[in-house]
Structure formats: structure tokens, C-alpha cells
Write a protein that binds this ligand. Sequence first.
Ligand SMILES: [Fe+2]
Ligand SMILES: [Fe+2]
Length: 178
Amino acid sequence: MPTTREVLDLTIALEKQSMALYASFAKLFAGDLKLHDFWFGMARDEARHVGALDLVSTVLELEGKLEQPSPVSLEDATIKRLEALHAGFGNRAKAGLSLEQALKIALEVEETELEDLVADLLKASNSDEYERCLRLLVHDLGELSYMIEHNAQDPDLLQRCDALVNRHAEELRKAARS
Ligand SMILES: [Fe+2]
Ligand SMILES: [Fe+2]
């Protein structure tokens, strides 16, 4: 059973990798201001997730709860899968990557259970950050869906993204009701 510190540290490290990936896309597409701003916005929101998790970690440290078993479970297999996925994505963020390919990678990143892990950790800490984080996520994925709709000729990609938006929007509705 991993400790809360272990799960938080790992989640933060993976979120930083998402942030770095989107920041590298912002640089890759810097020639088009709209594209640059879109990717940079995605990177900034990952930075906010990192900040929220850091805050939770600090509060739990003060409360002496960081070394307790994590309230959110995390399988070794999941960790390995997420790490491998992220390592692979980093290698693909190179010059020559098309916008459609970049959008596809972003969707694959967002489809992993990483954001669910972030949400579960924030929820378990009873922090206001939970709802704020979900709201950001739904907004971001909505933008991703818009970009896919207008820049990728792939109805399947759009459908997957919309399904993801709906899933997180449903969680947000639940969070707002409680
Ligand atoms: Fe995130
Ligand atoms: Fe994300």
C-alpha cells in the first residue's frame, strides 16, 4: 500500500510531464499565435493541477498525514503504463509533427487515468481545489474538442474527445451538487 506522499509525488511528476509536453507543443506551433496560445493554455492548466497537488501535500504534511496509506489506490501496473506512455509522447513532440498528430497525442494523454487520479487526490483531501480543478478540466477538454473539430479530419477522434468532456462534466455536476 503506497503512502499518500508516494502517490502525490508520482502524480505531480506525471502532471509535470503533461505540462512539459504541452509547453513543447506551444513552442512547436509558435508560428501561429492562436495555436501557441491554445497549447500554452493547456500547459498552464497542468501547472495549476501541479500547484493544487503541491498545496494538498503541504497541508497534509502539516497535519502529519503524508506518511499514512494513500486514500487513493494506485497499482504498480498503472504507474508503469502511465510512465511509459508519457515517455513515448515526449519522443514524438518534434519538429514536423502535424497539428492533427499533436491533437491526437493530447487526447491520448487526457484519456489516461491521470486526471482521475488528480481529481481523486483533491477530493480525498476535502479541498475546494477539487471543483475548481474539474471546472478547468472540462473547459480545457472543450477547447481540445473545438480544435479537433476544426483541425482534424477524424470523426472518431472528435467523438472520443466529446465522450471525455461529457464524463468529466458529469463529475463536475455531481461535485457542484454535493
Ligand atoms: Fe492535469
Ligand atoms: Fe491533463
